[in-house]
Write a protein that binds this ligand. Structure first.
Ligand SMILES: [Zn+2]
Ligand SMILES: [Zn+2]
Length: 261
């Protein structure tokens, strides 16, 4: 059996629908050996209801520590999904450094004042090539920052299916090289299948680049409800194996090790 983990899940501590304990039974049923919670944290913006408030991080961590101590048949990891903002690296570092986390997912949701995943109107009347370029610039800066262990949905800008005309291979290559230099993992995020895009992140046509650059991978559901834990994982692992991946990243107290699959 493949050692499967799902490190990207949202409970009602941020914008998920259920409490962390409600994810345990579906995770075991999905054949997962580890799960990890990664609530949204956005610093420097007025508090939005899809985020955990900084004051709630301590109760969140204690809640998961208690759960971890009580549940023996699946490992529970504690993470966050943190928004990256270029120029704010030091503040983000100071905030995150003292927290006893197993991993931190760094994600880009914001381009300017708006998030790229709120609705298709963000894209209307705009130059799609330029939007993709700006999005990748920000994700590459997130990778370069060294703040994170995993980069979340590295091409979320595909969410509504807008297609650039430019060849994106150089952008994916630049990103993969930076991730290798900074020794961080990317995720195959299966939740794209539930969005208008209807496919995984990153774009499967460019997955081979991450393999060629030897970037560590993990498979994550980005579940916001228990029924989506481990969703489409068999297909994701099959795809990775087809591309040539043979091992996946597992995290403990912000240390990574690789496990064969
Ligand atoms: Zn996200
Ligand atoms: Zn997420």
């Amino acid at each position: 059996m493949i050692y499967k983990t799902d490190y990207h899940m949202h409970s009602s501590y941020s914008d998920g629908r259920s409490m962390p304990e409600d994810y345990i039974v579906p995770a075991i049923a999905a054949g997962l050996s580890e799960i990890g919670f990664s609530e949204h944290l956005t610093l420097f913006k007025d508090h939005e209801d899809w985020n955990i408030s900084p004051g709630n991080i301590s109760p969140y961590i204690s809640h998961l520590e208690t759960l971890r101590n009580n549940i023996k048949n699946i490992k529970i990891k504690i993470g966050l999904e943190v928004d990256f903002f270029a120029g704010k690296e030091e503040e983000i570092y100071s905030f995150l450094d003292p927290l006893p986390l197993d991993y931190i997912i760094g994600s880009v949701h914001y381009l300017g004042e708006k998030t790229v995943d709120a609705g298709p109107e963000f894209y209307e009347g705009r130059n799609i090539d330029r939007l993709f370029g700006s999005y990748f610039d920000s994700v590459i800066a997130a990778a370069a920052s060294g703040l994170f262990d995993i980069i979340g949905h590295c091409d979320l800008i595909r969410i509504f299916g807008y297609k650039p005309s430019a060849d994106l291979e150089p952008l994916y290559r630049k990103l993969a090289k930076m991730m290798k230099i900074r020794d961080i993992a990317f995720e195959v995020n299966t939740n794209g299948r539930n969005r208008p895009l209807a496919d995984f992140y990153p774009d499967r046509r460019y997955l081979h680049i991450f393999r060629e650059e030897n970037v560590p991978v993990c498979v994550n559901s980005d579940a916001h409800m228990p029924s989506r834990v481990g969703q489409y994982f068999d297909e994701a692992y099959e795809l990775l194996r087809y591309i040539g991946f043979t091992e996946m990243a597992v995290f403990d107290k912000r240390e990574r090790r690789m496990v064969p699959f």
